[in-house]
Design a protein around this ligand. Structure first.
Ligand code: GLU
Length: 291
């Protein structure tokens, strides 16, 4: 076992599809503070698989904003867009094994199939933990023309794992063991593991890269808690040792909504332009000094 594996490693993994806001500053500062506290490394990963929404200027802004905040990370930075071949190889293997199948459905096809089933049964169709309708299985056994653009979905029924597969949540800052979550309690159905335009999904890339980078402690927002059930299933099939998980609370705006690029929350650049200092942002982010 190499040294890197033994030393704790933390990461911040933003997507360059907008400017960072206070919630990102919180997560990045938190991970750096914890890395320091636990004598660990601090890595930055650019999660830029979404070729339609990620832009070079947003990536540049991530480096600038984090540098302004006083963060220092190890080089080289892993950029997921440079690793498509690695993700593709995993999916190709799973396709041969029948663990994933091609799906041609558009969002609209799915919405219509779900509406038809709801009308026929008079019952609401089951939803995933994010509230999206579970895939109704239209393409599960449908032949697809070779080379046609298709997403790859996990054939969830065929993914047999141990009944007790799950993960433990940990409390910060010392990773005190907390509640056990059973993966089976979070139903994602036939989740997309490879998208039509890119040979991966967030879920597959995050699991492969946390392992590749020897990340020992994953500290990220509560909005990804339920997705961890899916990540555990992928890790289990890949034979990967899971990291320790801690999902932190999300920063909210005055109205109680979670901060989001899409909702136009003030970016770190806006705050800076309005005269906020790095200390102001650190204070607003609210990482306890003792951490
Ligand atoms: N790239 C994800 C995001 O920006 C974070 C992924 C993670 O921390 O697992 O929301």
């Amino acid at each position: 076992m190499n040294r890197a594996r033994l030393q704790p490693a933390f990461r911040f993994a933003p997507s360059p599809n907008g400017y960072l806001h206070l919630g990102h500053a919180y997560s990045a500062l938190l991970n750096q503070a914890l890395a320091r506290r636990h004598g660990g490394r601090f890595l930055l990963r650019i999660e830029d698989i979404d070729v339609t929404r990620c832009r070079p200027e947003f990536e540049q802004a991530i480096y600038e904003d984090l540098g302004w905040l006083g963060l220092a990370w190890e080089e080289p930075v892993l950029r997921q867009s440079e690793h498509f071949a690695r993700y593709h190889a995993v999916l190709a293997g799973w396709r041969r094994e029948g663990a994933v199948y091609p799906c041609m459905c558009s969002r609209q096809d799915i919405a219509m199939a779900v509406a038809r089933r709801e009308a026929a049964t008079g019952r609401p169709w089951p939803r995933d933990p994010d509230g999206a309708a579970l895939y109704p299985g239209t393409c599960r056994d449908r032949p697809v023309a070779e080379g046609a653009p298709a997403a790859l979905r996990m054939r969830a029924d065929a993914w047999h794992g141990p009944d007790d597969l799950g993960w433990r949540e940990h409390a910060l800052p010392d990773f005190t063991p907390g509640a056990w979550h059973k993966a089976a309690d979070y139903a994602w159905g036939d989740a997309v593991l490879g998208r039509k335009e890119v040979p991966t999904s967030y879920h597959l890339a995050v699991v492969l890269d946390d392992a590749l980078q020897n990340i020992s402690h994953v500290v990220r927002g509560q909005d990804l808690l339920a997705a961890t059930a899916l990540h555990r299933r992928l890790q289990q099939r890949l034979g990967l040792t899971p990291p320790l998980y801690a999902h932190h609370g999300l920063m909210r705006d005055g109205a109680g909504a979670k901060l989001a690029k899409s909702a136009g929350s003030a970016s770190l650049r806006d705050l800076r332009r309005d005269g906020a200092s790095r200390e102001d942002v650190r204070r607003l982010a609210g990482i306890p000094d003792a951490w």
